[in-house]
Ligand binder design. Structure first.
Ligand SMILES: [Zn+2]
Length: 150
């Protein structure tokens, strides 16, 4: 599976959730580009960030416990989807000024918290779809780590 195919798989997965017109790309880290409606997923998953992020999800209501690396990748992606689903609530230009903050302070910013909270509620209600996405990321990362087709 090459990266382009995987991006297409992720776009199809979004379509299956009735989320359309988002481009998925691969890059250094997870982020959402508001201007072009593009979600980027990252090949590098830094546990110093992703482990506390998983704990933040659980603290704020995620029912699933005992998160592994692939859960944390999936949560990161769904946080970005949460930005798509909550952006109408915010004046992005005004709210999205990044400064040096602690992780907790960053995740507690209204725009970030709204994205995470959307993801938590969605996962709690769509566990099978969550698992499908989890399995997609897991298969993909295993192939990347094995160096297949890259
Ligand atoms: Zn965010």
């Amino acid at each position: 599976m090459d990266i382009e195919k995987f991006n297409n798989c992720l776009e199809q997965w979004l379509n299956q959730q009735n989320i359309y017109n988002i481009t998925v790309s691969e890059g250094f880290d997870f982020c959402y580009y508001y201007e072009i409606n593009e979600i980027q997923w990252g090949m590098i998953v830094d546990e110093r960030v992703s482990v506390p992020l998983g704990q933040f999800f659980i603290k704020h209501g995620l029912k699933k416990q005992n998160l592994d690396m692939y859960d944390r990748i999936t949560l990161s992606f769904l946080h970005e989807v949460g930005h798509v689903m909550t952006k109408h609530l915010f004046d992005v230009e005004q709210d999205n000024d990044f400064e040096c903050r602690s992780l907790d302070d960053h995740w507690n910013m209204p725009i970030e918290y709204a994205a995470t909270k959307w993801a938590i509620d969605w996962i709690n209600e769509h566990y099978q779809s969550y698992n499908d996405l989890y399995n997609l990321f897991k298969a993909m990362f295993i192939q990347i780590l094995n160096g297949d087709d890259l």
